[in-house]
Ligand binder design. Structure first.
Ligand code: R2B
Ligand code: URA
Length: 311
């Protein structure tokens, strides 16, 4: 199907809940246990706990997701029930960290495609079991910019892998399976439009390259190994820039592919920690970097606030 949002309509029920594209789950005799979240359909009432979720924000670290949850709480004016504090709902898994602020889930995904892929499988099932309606997923993260300065925000309108492929490919039962990595273009444009003049950082749309490695896979010359020259690196980065690539990170392809496959609208919003055309080492002082990491959170929170007010 070539129509925009085709998957969204195809894999959702008329009430907005997700149809799971796995016939085996229904047949699980003891219910479905989401191992890395330490939550299950038998052990928890997922509908009661998560049925109201409208937005899922994912980011690399537990701390950043806790900060985001607190920020969203303040911005949307959400009050936790008297006597309770913000809880890591998946603390006993000792893998990811997940916070819920009313209709918003903030969950850490670790580093790289394998880690976020596990989380995506389990969060997509969680949202399905919970019967949450029309959820929108965001990745709120960090990246290396290409031709952008530290602190600038890139809202991806497309994602490619290291070879320029616009899909996520993975061996499944001994065969390579490809899933198109498609993000919602309208969502990406709306997020960009939420930038304000006095924010102090630029927000741009562009293509994101997702690499499997922070060092050689991103053309860095400062890893433990490097069998190419500075010129090879610059040629690669400039070629990417010419193709419209504005940043490099490590999860975008599978995030776009899995959400699209599930019929979920999604966006990738990253802050650049450096301009890769100027170097490889990330040496910005911690306090500055912590402030920069708020930039994608500000944009995504504006979106959430606007859409909660209009709902
Ligand atoms: C951005 O930063 C991490 C690597 O430092 C990785 O998770 C990513 O995508
Ligand atoms: N994250 C990445 O994956 N690459 C960078 O250069 C910076 C952050």
């Amino acid at each position: 199907c070539k129509k925009p949002n085709c998957n969204v309509t195809k894999f959702r029920n008329p009430d907005g809940t997700l149809r799971l594209r796995n016939p085996h789950i229904k047949k699980l005799r003891d219910g479905d246990f989401l191992y890395h979240l330490a939550l299950g359909t038998k052990s928890h009432n997922l509908e009661e706990m998560f049925g109201d979720v409208k937005f899922v924000c994912m980011g690399g670290t537990a701390k950043r997701m806790e900060t985001l949850a607190n920020y969203i709480m303040k911005e949307i004016g959400y009050k936790l029930p008297t006597g309770s504090t913000l809880q890591d709902l998946t603390s006993s898994s000792l893998r990811f960290a997940m916070y819920k602020v009313g209709p918003v889930l903030c969950v850490s995904h670790g580093m790289g495609i394998p880690s976020i892929s596990i989380l995506l499988h389990e969060i997509i099932k969680l949202v399905h079991h919970a019967k949450a309606k029309d959820p929108i997923f965001f990745r709120v993260g960090t990246c290396g910019g290409i031709g952008l300065k530290g602190g600038d925000v890139i809202v991806s309108d497309s994602v490619i892998d290291e070879l320029g492929n616009p899909y996520y490919q993975q061996p499944v039962c001994g065969k390579l399976v490809k899933k198109p990595a498609i993000l919602d273009k309208n969502l990406a444009q709306e997020l960009k439009s939420l930038s304000e003049l006095d924010d102090g950082f630029e927000v741009v749309n562009g293509t994101t390259m997702a690499a499997n490695c922070f060092y050689e896979g991103q053309g860095r010359t400062d890893g433990a190994f490097c069998e190419y020259t500075e010129e090879d690196k610059m040629e690669y980065l400039k070629m990417l820039h010419e193709k419209g690539v504005r940043n490099i990170e490590m999860e975008g392809t599978v995030f776009a592919a899995h959400t699209y496959h599930a019929g979920i609208k999604s966006a990738v919003v990253n802050v650049a920690l450096l301009n890769r055309l100027e170097g490889d080492q990330v040496t910005t002082p911690k306090e500055v970097m912590m402030e920069w990491q708020n930039h994608p959170q500000i944009i995504v929170t504006r979106y959430i606030k606007r859409h909660l007010q209009n709902s």
